[in-house]
Each structure stands twice: as structure tokens, then as C-alpha cells.
Design a protein around this ligand. Structure first.
Ligand SMILES: Cc1ncc(COP(=O)(O)O)c(C=O)c1O
Length: 364
């Protein structure tokens, strides 16, 4: 049943609703708290760089003009960075938009899209919104994509395979050679989207290998975002690098002015400060490792994460009890991962607040 009184596609009722996490203000009001730490949305704890703030402020006075439809300056910078032509880069209103556009461009009723489960909550939308069949392949017991089963699910109806690396919500990173083998093994006209939203937090020398393959593979698109490590999620800007066929397909379905002017300018400026970027990213990675060690010391299980969050095994009441202590984390039930909590890595003092609240919970 459609829950609106309009003549509409029956598909609408099957599209999962996004369950937004609680805001700090909601938690303060609900629990009568004076302060809370928000570690629920995998955001950066750092504000945008001062140079980025200045550029954004300087563009406000020209907001009467439309943004550049192909985001030429940002595309050129990203093309150079990744060693591809500009016709291999697409900019989106967050990488979420590009993922949704992939569904719009590639899927029809009678076709299939394959993704992992639990994984990023947006992926099931691709099938529901298009009328295609979504094949959700459970993760392996260690929280990784089961690429063999995903490959085995590919048939003549398959149009799209989505791989989230590192995976949200487990944080587990799939070695790039495994993804490369999958690409070798499947028909070259089956589109593969590798979502690397958390790439910047991966501390492995081979992390960039899939992006290198996107230069030449005919069926690969790699998406990344300025939302996480660049701390620009409030502006909405992400990008994809892939084959010309992939980019042409996305360009056909995107609205011309999909990425706003402030987002384009901010992302471009943010790319120009690599030292500050690396310093911030390394701080998050160091904190992730510290929190992981502390959790292990408390006997709390978490798969090894290469993202800016950890997924911990949790008792059913921990989410609520952490909220009461002013620590907002994401309940795994909302992420298709009951029995877990996902905690984002914040500033050291925020992470300490989480660890202290959790240890109080465990002790008593
Ligand atoms: C795996 C994954 N992909 C994509 C995104 C979306 O990022 P964006 O803000 O670029 O739309 C997220 C956001 O949480 C994510 O977890």
C-alpha cells in the first residue's frame, strides 16, 4: 500500500525510508542533559579548513548565478589527481546522488542489482526505485563482502554490482586484489560501482588500486566523497571516476546544476591543502586504533575497521543507555545489523566520553 493519497507507482511503497539518527538537540531535550557527544553519522569532528570557509563566504555574493553545470574546475582538479581525462569524472550532490543516479541510469524492471548486506542503507533503494530486483548478499562472518557469492549471483539480467569498501557499517576493508579478481571474472558489460566513501581513512599501501583500475576498466566506477575526511558533508559534494560509458550514462540522468556553487568551490579549495588534510586524517586513524585497542581491552568485539567508525557487538539496551549518558552512537538495528552499535571516531575527548560511558555500562 502506498502511504500517500496520490496516484503513484506501487514501487514507492517498497522504497525503504531513511531512518535519520538523533540530533544532539533531540538527545539533550529527551534526556534532560546539558551536553552530548555525537558519534553517530561518521562525520568529521573537524570544521572545514579556514581557507575553505573563506572561499565559501566569498562566493555568497554571487549566488544569484547558477553553478557551473559540469563543475569544470573541480572536475579538472580531480581528473589531474587521478590521472584521467575530464570525461572520466562526474561530480554529484554528495556521492549518494551518484549512487542513486547509477540506479536510474542502469536499472529497469526485470534486471538485477547485487550488493552486500548489511551495507550502506542507500543500496536497497536502487532496486526499489527502479523496479529492478535487488540481490542482497550477506556479509561473511568477519564482516566482509562475500565476493564469491556476489559473483555467482550475476546472470544475464544483472546490470549493476555495488561494493562498499571499506564497508559501512562493519568498517571492514576488502583487499583490492579481491575486487580486481571479481572484475576479471565477470562480463565486462556488467557495471561495477565501488563506493570508496571512507577511502581516506584506509591505512594500507594498496588502498588506491581500485581507483587506478577505474582509469581503464570499461565497467568500473569508483565513487568518493568530500563528506567524510574533508568535513564538507553539510555542502553535499562527491565524485565518481570511471569509464567514459559510466560517466556518459550518469551525465544523461543528472540534473544540469546538480552540484551547488558553494560545494564546488569548497571542494576545490579543500583539495589544495594536502598537508592539513593528511594531518587531520592521520589524527582520526590514530584515534580509531586507540579506541579499537581500548575496546579490545574491555572485551568488546569489533571487526578491524579501516573507516572512521567502529562497529561493536552490543547488548540490546546499550544504545539507549549510552544516549542517557550523553553519547550518541548509531543503533545497528537501524543499519540492518542488530546486536551491534556503530560509533564514529571523533576528537580524543569525545572518544574518551564514549569509552568511559561504555565501561560504566559494562561494569554495572
Ligand atoms: C558507504 C557510504 N557511501 C556513501 C555515503 C554518502 O556520502 P555523501 O555524503 O557523499 O552522499 C555514505 C555516507 O554515510 C556512506 O556511508
Amino acid at each position: 500500500m502506498v502511504d500517500v493519497g496520490l496516484r503513484s507507482s506501487p514501487r514507492i511503497s517498497s522504497i525503504p525510508r531513511y531512518e535519520a539518527g538523533l540530533t544532539s538537540a533531540e538527545v539533550l531535550a529527551a534526556y534532560g542533559l546539558e551536553s552530548a557527544v555525537k558519534l553517530a553519522s561518521n562525520e568529521s569532528p573537524f570544521p572545514p579548513l579556514p581557507e575553505v570557509e573563506r572561499v565559501v563566504a566569498s562566493r555568497i555574493s554571487v549566488l544569484n548565478r547558477y553553478p557551473d553545470p559540469p563543475a569544470r574546475a573541480l572536475r579538472a582538479a580531480l581528473a589531474e589527481r587521478h590521472g584521467v581525462g575530464q570525461e572520466q569524472v562526474v561530480i554529484g550532490n554528495g556521492s549518494c546522488e551518484l549512487i542513486l543516479l547509477a540506479g536510474q541510469a542502469l536499472l529497469d524492471p526485470g534486471t538485477t542489482v547485487i550488493h552486500a548486506e548489511p551495507s550502506f542503507s542507500l543500496y536497497p533503494h536502487l532496486a526499489s526505485a527502479s523496479g529492478a530486483e535487488g540481490i542482497a548478499v550477506p556479509l561473511t562472518a568477519d564482516g566482509a563482502h562475500d565476493l564469491e557469492t556476489m559473483a555467482a549471483a550475476i546472470d544475464e539480467r544483472t546490470r549493476l554490482v555495488v561494493i562498499c569498501n571499506p564497508n559501512n557499517p562493519t568498517g571492514v576493508f576488502l583487499p583490492p586484489e579481491r575486487i580486481a579478481s571479481l572484475l576479471d571474472a565477470i562480463p565486462s558489460d556488467v557495471a561495477v560501482l565501488v563506493d570508496e566513501a571512507y577511502f581516506d581513512f584506509v591505512a594500507r599501501p594498496d588502498a588506491g588500486r581500485i581507483m587506478s583500475l577505474a582509469r581503464t576498466a570499461p565497467n568500473l566506477l569508483v565513487t568518493r566523497t568530500f563528506s567524510k575526511a574533508h568535513g564538507l558533508c553539510g555542502l553535499r559534494v562527491g565524485y565518481g571516476v570511471g569509464s567514459e560509458d559510466w560517466i556518459a550514462a550518469l551525465d544523461r540522468v543528472r540534473q544540469p546544476f546538480n552540484t551547488n556553487a558553494l560545494a564546488q568551490a569548497a571542494a576545490l579549495e579543500s583539495l589544495g591543502h594536502p598537508a592539513a588534510f593528511v594531518e587531520r586524517t592521520e589524527a582520526i586513524v590514530a584515534e580509531r586504533e586507540r579506541v579499537a585497542r581500548a575496546l579490545a581491552g574491555m572485551g568488546v568485539t569489533a571487526p578491524p575497521s579501516q573507516a572512521n567508525f567502529l562497529s561493536i557487538d552490543a547488548e540490546p539496551d546499550w544504545h539507549e543507555r549510552l544516549l542517557r549518558s550523553g553519547v550518541i552512537v548509531r543503533d545497528g538495528r537501524a543499519l540492518g545489523a542488530p546486536g551491534t552499535l556503530r560509533v564514529s571516531i571523533g576528537l580524543p575527548e569525545e572518544n574518551d566520553a564514549f569509552l568511559e560511558a561504555l565501561s560504566r555500562l559494562i561494569v554495572g
